[in-house]
Write a protein that binds this ligand. Sequence first.
Ligand code: URA
Length: 206
Amino acid sequence: MSLAQIIQDLETAAVAGDLPLAPRAENIVPGEGSPTAEILLIGEAPGFHESVEHRPFVGVSGKLLRKTLTEAGFPPESVFISNIIKARPPENRDPTPEEIAAYKPFLDREIDLINPKLIVTLGRFSMAKFLSEVKISQVHGRLHKVVWAGQNRFILPMYHPAAALRSTQMKTAFISDFEKLPKIMAWLKDQSEIQTFAKIVKAQLL
Ligand code: URA
């Protein structure tokens, strides 16, 4: 499986009429970035600019996201940026449960393929994919470990950049949450080294 194959399958499903909001292949806004990214960011749905450029997070909120990521030491091309749904809802309304379900297999394939060390959720819709019954105002910027689809996953819920643009307080929180990323990534790297070491030791002892 490759990212190109996921995009092709999305476009084929759109043309076949199997995807809401995307009657044509051109309506699809696929995820973008490094296929070996250690960080996968998941937003909500493309807006107007994204649907014109066929790229996620290239409008006003995308500019804030990309700038904040870069300032935290993670340029956008070093991560992978995707969305819960891959076509624009009319008037940028919230995605429906049916739309989220229709695009789920494609996002899940991105997660499997990239297998990131950390998943950053942007806003409540992507947070709800991994964490239920929590409030974003209470958990943003805090690292969570979950078992998701049979795998241990580290999830860092963040405010959506569009919310950060609506209030100074949220923008401050958004930026300071991103400033935690270098330490979190260093910690996650240590964890995986410890685990690898433990596996080697176990293999030698058995
Ligand atoms: N908001 C999102 O959630 N995703 C985008 O790609 C753009 C804006």
